[in-house]
Every structure is written in structure tokens, then in C-alpha cells.
Design a protein around this ligand. Structure first.
Ligand SMILES: C[S@@+](CC[C@H](N)C(=O)[O-])C[C@H]1O[C@@H](n2cnc3c(N)ncnc32)[C@H](O)[C@@H]1O
Length: 342
């Protein structure tokens, strides 16, 4: 009888043998456990459906499982030493992973080509994403963080090369790089009513996928402002590789960047405290010339809510784990808003 213990982040069931090795050190139960692990990996290798390009979601779950399994096998190698059986199991798991990844790579290459040639943008891209990763589930009830097959797909299409690893230490109040979950970007595009002449800024744009995806889905010009030069350069190369001149990345500090032409701004909590106040003041100045809209996600939302020149577009989403939307008001609201952040 096989026991299942929990599941991976993407819902793949994990046999108990991977979670809590039941054997005493050096006992022959290790052999049985290795056989059971081998069988779980074979079960993935022998599912032709996983190797069909269209079955992205199932493949993504299987890859998630293999990541987990390889990690556990590495742990066992450390504990038990390099036995032939464990080393072979490790190689086997890695080769199954490589086979599945090759299917994804071919899919991403083809989709990138379609994006770069302009045939897979807007609704065509939206449909392609939904067909492959399933419908996004925007709105309340979503965990704050957490990435899924949708993120794997979007990143696979948009981000071509390996991301830079050696980056500088952020200053106090700056938040290190973490991508916005793709479902939040889709929700922003859905709820924000983009107009053709909008100019969208992702403030603290990291590797650039928010600015790239927003442009691809809406057609508007987008900009990313990023203080880490390696991230900004990487994002620029990704946009160039997809042939997207309307997406630009600016290397620089959000406190001093020029926003004059911006009409929609997005903040996935790039900084906090005084730094956030300084950038919000810059945005307020922009809003004295034209109305702007702002989208926030993450712990910056309560601080943004204290800005009287901003009016929430929807009171129910003023929560740091949800996408919050605002528009600028011409003058401080006379009614003295008080809002409660949950
Ligand atoms: C939480 S990440 C968000 C990344 C991106 N918006 C996304 O969702 O994929 C915050 C980013 O803001 C950048 N950042 C922090 N302080 C900044 C500043 N003063 N000016 C510009 N970028 C900054 C960080 O380097 C990091 O890449």
C-alpha cells in the first residue's frame, strides 16, 4: 500500500517515502525506499500525456514533483553517502526532468517567435495563456504570494536567458526582487480599463515581466524603472528579444526618475517608509498636471491608503494581499476619508 503525504505547491501528490524516510540508517529498508522513489519517477516518465506540448499544467506539476524528489535524493546522498543506487536514482530523476523541460523549451521558443512577430499579442495571447495554464483566478481569496503554472508559463515566454544572480545589496527601505504573481498582472489588466494613450510605469521593475506583459496584453507603451543595473539591462534585453520597442526600461532610482508622461503606475512594494513617501510625492506632483491611476500590491498598500490625494477605485480590495486600485483626485478629499486596512 502506498501512503501519500501532502502535495507540492502545484498540487502534485508526494508519496510519504519522499517526505519521511521510514528506515533506520543503513538498513535494507533504504533499498525498498529507493525502489518506491524510482517507481514514482517512472510513473511520470511513462505518462505520454506529459510530453504533449499542450499539457503544460500537468507537466508543470510533474516538474514541481521532480524538483522536490531531486532535492530529497540529494538530502539522502548527504546522509547515506554516495551509493550506486542513490546516484543512479538521482541521474534518472534528472534525466526525466530534462526530458520534460525540453518540451517546455520548445513550446516557449515557438511562442516567443509568435510574440516577436506580432501574431500572439492581446486577445490571442490571453487565449493562449488560458488554454495552456488554465483560467487565472483573480480577486479575493488568493494567497498573497505563491506562484503556479501560470507564472512558469509567462516567465518561460517572456524571460529568455538566465536571470542575473550577482546583484548589489539593497539600501534600507528598498525591497529585494520578487516578481508579481502573473495572476495579479492579469487582474490589473482586466480591472484597470487601459486606454490606447495610457503610459504605464512599473516602479521597481525587477526583471521586467510586468511591463512586458502589460504591453503585450493592452498595447499601451510601458516603462520600468529599476535601480539594480543588472535587472534593468536584463529586462531591456528581454524586451528587445521579443521585438517590443514600446517597452522601455530605465536604470535609475524611482525617487528621481522622470514620470511626466505616466498615466498608470504600479507598485509591487519596491520600498517602504520614507522612500515610499518620497516617490508618492513625486506621483502626486504628476497628478497636479493630469489625472493618474495607481495600482498597488503587497505591504505598501496601507501606506498608500494614507494619501489623501488618492481615492480607491474599489474599497473592498484595500488589502495588502490583493491588488488595490486608486485614482488621483484634483484636491485633497474634503470629506476626510478614513479607511480600514484589513
Ligand atoms: C518586489 S520587487 C518587484 C519587481 C517587479 N515590479 C515585479 O513585480 O516583477 C521590487 C523591485 O524594486 C527595486 N527597487 C527597490 N528600490 C528601488 C528604487 N529606489 N528605485 C528603483 N527600483 C527600486 C528592487 O531592485 C526590486 O527589483
Amino acid at each position: 500500500m502506498r501512503f501519500w503525504l501532502g502535495c507540492t505547491a502545484r498540487g502534485e501528490m508526494i508519496p510519504a517515502v519522499f517526505v519521511e524516510p521510514p528506515w533506520a540508517e543503513g538498513s535494507c529498508q533504504l533499498y525498498n525506499a529507493i525502489c518506491e522513489m524510482q517507481a514514482s519517477i517512472e510513473a511520470r516518465e511513462n505518462r505520454p500525456v506529459l510530453f504533449a506540448e499542450a499539457n503544460f499544467c500537468e507537466r508543470s506539476s510533474a516538474l514541481d514533483f521532480l524538483e522536490f524528489a531531486i532535492d530529497r535524493i540529494e538530502g539522502l546522498l548527504l546522509r547515506e553517502g554516495e551509493t550506486d543506487a542513490l546516484t543512479n536514482l538521482q541521474r534518472y530523476a534528472e534525466s526525466v526532468r530534462t526530458g520534460l523541460e525540453a518540451v517546455d523549451e520548445a513550446l516557449f521558443r515557438r511562442l516567443r517567435g509568435e510574440v516577436a512577430s506580432g501574431v500572439c499579442t492581446g486577445d490571442a495571447l490571453r487565449r493562449r495563456i488560458a488554454d495552456l495554464a488554465g483560467p487565472a483566478t483573480p480577486g479575493g481569496g488568493q494567497p498573497a504570494e505563491g506562484y503556479d503554472a501560470l507564472d512558469a508559463l509567462v516567465n518561460g515566454i517572456l524571460l529568455e536567458e538566465s536571470a542575473p544572480e550577482n546583484v548589489g545589496q539593497p539600501e534600507p527601505e528598498m525591497i529585494f526582487y520578487q516578481p508579481t504573481p502573473a495572476r495579479i498582472v492579469l487582474e490589473m489588466v482586466e480591472r484597470m480599463d487601459f486606454r490606447p494613450d495610457d503610459i504605464f510605469y512599473d516602479i521597481g521593475s525587477g526583471l521586467g515581466q510586468v511591463a512586458i506583459l502589460v504591453h503585450l496584453l493592452t498595447g499601451v507603451q510601458t516603462r520600468g524603472v529599476e535601480i539594480e543595473p543588472a535587472y534593468a539591462d536584463y529586462a531591456r534585453r528581454c524586451a528587445e528579444g521579443l521585438n517590443l520597442p514600446a517597452v522601455q526600461f530605465i536604470r535609475g532610482d524611482a525617487r528621481t526618475a522622470a514620470y511626466a508622461n505616466g498615466s498608470i503606475f504600479f507598485l509591487y512594494t519596491p520600498f517602504t517608509g520614507q522612500m515610499l513617501d518620497q516617490v508618492l510625492e513625486r506621483l502626486r506632483q504628476v497628478s497636479t498636471r493630469q489625472q493618474i491611476r495607481l495600482c498597488t500590491f503587497g505591504p505598501c498598500t496601507p501606506q498608500v491608503d494614507g494619501q489623501l490625494w488618492l481615492q480607491p477605485l474599489d474599497q473592498t480590495s484595500l488589502h495588502e494581499n490583493r491588488l488595490a486600485l486608486w485614482k488621483s483626485t484634483p484636491a485633497p478629499a474634503p470629506w476626510g476619508r478614513t479607511r480600514t486596512i484589513r
